[in-house]
Write a protein that binds this ligand. Structure first.
Ligand code: ADP
Length: 177
């Protein structure tokens, strides 16, 4: 039986006070941008981009960890999602983001991690497909996690929230929560 709770909430990924680590839907250069990356970098302050310079560039599916600067968390994990229809196979690369971020959080002894809907903004991944990939990747990782106890998906709208929560309920290892 899993001791990991998986939940979906509506909110801003840059305002998750009770989470050890938040995940950035980053660009390859780990620079401030639009959407999630813009919100995370503006809340973190310029020190984040400075620290990230040494970690960039990253490739699709990869995850790297930094400190959180002025964010209310201990760390930020930066993932580069696939550009839909360009970085192939998109499903596998998106799943790699979730798996690699979870393992990185676990290796760092963190107990709670919040994800945005990686690749579903400017990178164009269809939301329903992305939600299914995300939930399967989390379910497949559960047995490997030792310190992570809470996985939260933070969605920007009620509609996105219901799509992700439906996908969670369809994933049998996560549905009973
Ligand atoms: P990508 O480049 O990986 O597609 P985006 O940042 O463009 O990433 O968008 C990813 C998803 O995050 C989209 O569904 C978007 O609506 C949502 N989003 C944008 N800003 C925020 C935020 N501050 N908190 C949570 N989700 C956000």
């Amino acid at each position: 039986m899993t001791k990991v709770k998986v939940e979906c909430v509506k909110g801003n990924i840059a305002a998750q006070q009770d989470m050890d680590v938040v995940v950035n839907a980053a660009n390859a250069e780990l620079l401030p941008g639009s959407g999630v990356a813009g919100a995370i970098h503006s809340a973190a302050g310029p020190g984040l981009a400075e620290e990230c310079r040494a970690l960039a560039p990253i490739r699709p599916g990869q995850a790297v960890i930094s400190s959180a600067h002025n964010l209310p968390n201990q760390h930020v994990i930066h993932c580069l999602g696939p550009v839909y229809g360009v970085d192939e196979p998109s499903d596998r690369l998106l799943a790699d983001c979730f798996r690699n971020a979870l393992y990185l959080a676990d290796q760092n002894g963190l107990s709670s991690i919040a994800f945005p809907a990686i690749s579903t903004g400017v990178f164009g991944f269809p939301l329903r497909d992305a939600a299914a990939v995300a939930m399967k990747a989390v379910a497949d990782s559960l047995t490997e996690l030792n310190s992570v106890r809470l996985v939260r998906f933070v969605l920007f709208s009620d509609q996105d929230l219901s799509v992700f929560d439906e996908a969670r309920k369809l994933e049998s290892d996560l549905s009973g929560q």
